[in-house]
Design a protein around this ligand. Structure first.
Ligand code: NAD
Length: 427
């Protein structure tokens, strides 16, 4: 019988194997294996029909040795505390690998926002903030959007926080609309960041991007902007996939000669679900969930959820695939990773590839603190610099040591966090 996937166990396994390589002391190892703080709570919401529904909410702060915890809030029906723990842990490594002065945190609510009216979503956002307001904030822990949360959710949360503490604290939360202290470029940041690392990888290998094909899982925020920039740089996106809430399953949409982004976005809802009838009418092949892995492409970009490339389906990856850039957090299990290593597939690991979002969130905080906002070009240029520097530091270490890219990224990140803990006298 297959054991149930546990993202936090996976995050700990990844950490343990690198802690061994780094020969970390027992004390620091134990400290970094676990979140420093966790908040588990309930959020009662008065529904539109007058009944009260109680939602489970979480905030986990994995490590704040390098600065306030930082990480998104996910609304998902299958959310678990272990997923939140894993995501908080990966945030610690992500902020460290791109060298921004923040720690790792994550939050979540077990819910499906598809089933909630805007008023109910607002009540849920405000209720979430009321439960954690004393333990989050610009100098403690800074939330942001994640799967199925968006800038509107952030601004409701900001408003509730500011009501509670009295005053304006735009640095409390990032991913806000630009009209309320958000940063230009934040919407694009994660997807663009993925492609900056892909571009740098291809430069290292001396392969021009023109004519290179990519197949992506997901068609939400990360995937759409990754696809957009990849196409702008001359690449071709041959397939994307998405979750269909009506059918309760995922589909892959193939267009071997390349997708037209504007058209595909025009038939996609705000949750990243593509209208399959309209796609089929426009000549897309509508295929089953995992078909995105099998497409003839040089690059795969998983940009949906964790636990997507597993021992069960890794064998389905097309022999044409040379590189995987992980837009999602935790999309590849350690068992699948071993197969990728064997096949010599170059992996740009999640907490490096998708660090563009948190880097831009950090820029948003800096701009809010200074109350001075940068033009979009400047934001994206600084983002590109950060991502490019981080990518080459990891790729250099991988080359020098012969380590897999994921392990090299972990080595840099863990070392930085361990040093901050040592300097503070924590371990
Ligand atoms: P999103 O909600 O905007 O989009 C998610 C997409 O994945 C949607 O198209 C959805 O239909 C699809 N999807 C969901 N389940 C699927 C499945 N089983 N198979 C195929 N497609 C599926 O979310 P997002 O913000 O794009 O985040 C995607 C991933 O990237 C998550 O792992 C998230 O944690 C990670 N991430 C996001 C950001 C960010 O700034 N948005 C930053 C770093 C990492």
């Amino acid at each position: 019988m297959a054991t149930e996937f546990n993202a936090f166990e996976m995050a700990q396994r990844q950490f343990d194997s690198v802690a061994d390589k780094l020969q970390l002391d027992e004390g620091i190892r134990e400290l970094l294996r676990w979140p420093q703080r966790e908040f588990h709570f309930t959020v009662p919401v008065r529904m539109d029909d007058g009944t009260v529904k109680v939602f489970k909410g979480y905030r986990v702060q994995h490590n704040d040795a390098r600065g306030p915890a930082k990480g998104g809030i996910r609304f998902h029906p299958q959310e678990t505390v272990d997923t939140v723990r894993a995501l908080a842990t990966w945030m610690t490594w992500k902020c460290a690998v791109v060298d921004i002065p923040l720690g790792g945190g994550k939050g979540g609510v077990i819910c499906d926002p598809h089933d909630l009216s805007p008023r109910e979503q607002e009540a849920l956002c405000r209720g979430w903030v009321r439960q954690v307001a004393n333990n989050v904030g610009p100098v403690q822990d800074v939330p942001a959007p994640d799967v199925m949360t968006n800038p509107q959710h952030m601004v409701w949360m900001l408003d509730e926080y500011e009501k509670l503490v009295g005053g304006h604290y735009p640095g409390f939360i990032t991913g806000k609309p630009v009209e309320v202290g958000g940063s230009l470029g934040r919407t694009e940041a994660t997807g663009f960041g993925v492609i900056y690392t892909v571009r740098e990888a291809m430069q290292r290998f001396g392969v021009p991007i023109e004519g290179v094909r990519a197949s992506l899982q997901g068609f939400g925020n990360v995937s759409q902007y990754a696809a957009k920039l990849f196409i702008e740089l001359g690449g071709t996106v041959v397939a994307v996939s998405c979750w269909d809430n009506g059918d309760h399953c995922a589909y892959t949409f193939r267009k071997s000669d390349g997708i037209d982004m504007d058209f595909l976005v025009s038939i996609t809802d705000r949750f990243g679900t593509i209208d399959k009838e309209k796609a089929a009418d426009a000549g897309f092949n509508v295929l089953e969930a995992d078909a995105w892995l099998e497409q003839e492409a040089e690059i795969l970009i998983p940009a949906a959820l964790e636990n997507q490339i597993t021992a069960d389906n890794v064998g389905r990856i097309n022999p044409s695939v040379k590189a995987i850039a992980e837009g999602a957090n935790g999309p590849t299990t350690p068992e699948a990773d071993a197969v990728l290593k064997e096949r010599g597939i170059f992996v740009i690991p999640d907490f490096l590839a998708n660090a563009g979002g948190v880097t831009c969130s950090y820029f948003e905080q800096v701009q809010c603190n200074a109350n001075f906002f940068w033009p979009k070009d400047e934001v994206l240029e600084r983002l590109d610099q950060k991502m490019t520097t981080a990518f080459h530091a990891v790729a250099d270490l991988a080359e020098e040591t012969g380590e897999f890219m994921r392990d090299a990224a972990y080595m840099i990140a863990i070392q930085r966090v361990a040093t901050a803990c040592h300097l503070r006298g924590w371990a």
